[in-house]
Write a protein that binds this ligand. Structure first.
Ligand code: ZN
Length: 412
């Protein structure tokens, strides 16, 4: 039997194909626990009277808190994952196939989107100013791989994919149907095509998240990076009963947007929690610390030589403290020690990650948060394989300890 928490993580991921849906899923869990959603444009009731347990949504990002007074223990994660997004004029096609024009978002492993049953999700901007969510969990799209008989170089050169040419999904047959996508969205929303102005709509794989492996040790799912961390952070906030959680959109494209980790969102929310007195805010911030929760590279057994030999990471080995002296990860000795202590208090083993010196290292919201708020940040994550694939893999044994370590960190 899979652990209850692993199946709960699967449910969280499957309900959240877009950042907007991830925020809605997180907010529903907070609502069920008695948190009060407030709007950034509202008056929160004057000095110090923001809800004791509340949250704010800005597009695909959400900040939630329990216990308003600083200094704060913060856990950050992200709601977005690399995928394929529908263009503004998507209706296209060729040779009797109706297709939908897309643009890759973030660092997509393009091959992983071939040969899958694909649905659509996101939000639509209507003429009346509303932004309803749209979710199509039916296999409306497919990207067929080129037959091997027409790709004789694949054996020697490997699969070559041009993101402009080779990833355009099929969604029907017949001549190009101009306006077809708008009519499709209108039908989904139960309105008129004339009401639809624009959309942030993206493509997702319909294969449900699965607990597998011989004895249920493995969890295969889309968007493990980084909905596993988003799930763990929200769960940790509910378990800990104190702390702040920030789930960010746009991490995969660098965080420098209106709702990315480089935006004003977290700072302004924290400042408002202190009641608007700038001095109190600055003092509280000076005593605050953040764990940037994003997934970590487990050592791939088929490519062990790609990993730093003295920092191998085991699937099922527990949360990972990620280090990079060039600050692609924000961890330093002080912040690492705080997270190691949190793991110890939770009775959870931890692992240390360092990237090979001869490979460029990825980054996270960690350095961005550290720079924008000026607080110590530790970059942590649970181990996984196939990061940025449409189908990723982790160990079920890492699910509970990750949430427990983050809850312990939030308690302080
Ligand atoms: Zn990530």
């Amino acid at each position: 039997m899979p652990a209850v928490t692993a199946t709960d993580l699967c449910a969280f991921i499957d309900a959240s194909p877009s950042p907007f849906h991830a925020v809605a899923t997180a907010a529903a869990r907070l609502d069920a626990a008695g948190f009060e959603g407030v709007d950034e444009t509202d008056d929160w009731g004057g000095a110090g009277s923001a809800p004791a347990r509340g949250y704010v949504v800005r597009d695909g990002s959400i900040v939630a808190w329990s216990g308003a007074a600083g200094p704060w223990r913060v856990a950050g994660a992200h709601t977005d994952s690399p995928n394929l997004r529908v263009r503004p004029r998507p209706d296209t096609g060729r040779a009797g196939a109706r297709q939908l024009g897309i643009e890759p978002y973030g660092g997509v492993l393009l091959n992983s989107w071939l040969g899958r049953d694909l649905g659509l999700s996101g939000r639509v901007a209507l003429r009346d100013g509303s932004l309803p969510l749209v979710l199509v969990d039916r296999p409306v799209l497919h990207i067929p791989q080129l037959a091997i008989h027409l790709d004789r170089e694949i054996g020697s050169a490997g699969l070559q994919l041009n993101p402009q040419q080779h990833l355009t999904p099929l969604w029907g047959t017949g001549p190009v149907d101009r306006g077809g996508f708008t009519r499709f969205l209108a039908d989904e929303l139960g309105g008129s095509p004339a009401d639809i102005v624009a959309w942030d709509v993206m493509i997702h794989d319909l294969t449900p998240s699965t607990v597998g492996g011989r004895d249920g040790e493995l969890l295969a799912a889309p968007r493990i990076d980084n909905l596993c961390s988003a799930w763990a952070a929200i769960g940790a906030l509910l378990d800990a009963g104190s702390g702040v959680v920030a789930l960010w959109d746009h991490e995969e494209i660098g965080s420098e947007t209106n709702r990315g980790a480089g935006s004003s969102l977290l700072g302004t929310v924290l400042e408002r929690l202190t009641g608007g007195d700038r001095g109190s805010y600055q003092r509280a911030l000076a005593g605050s610390v953040c764990a940037s929760a994003d997934m970590a590279h487990a050592t791939h057994p088929n490519y062990a030589e790609r990993h730093e030999p003295d920092h191998w990471i085991a699937l099922g080995g527990g949360p990972v403290i990620k280090t990079n002296v060039n600050q692609r990860y924000a961890t330093d000795a002080r912040s690492a020690a705080l997270f190691a202590a949190a793991c110890e208090r939770a009775g959870v083993a931890h692992q240390w990650y360092a990237h090979r010196a001869d490979l460029p290292c990825g980054s996270t919201i960690g350095p961005v948060t550290a720079a924008s708020l000026g607080i110590p940040v530790v970059d942590v994550g649970a181990p996984m394989l196939a990061m940025h694939s449409a189908r990723e893999l982790m160990a079920t044994a890492d699910v509970d300890p990750y949430r427990a370590a983050l809850a312990s960190f939030l308690r302080g």
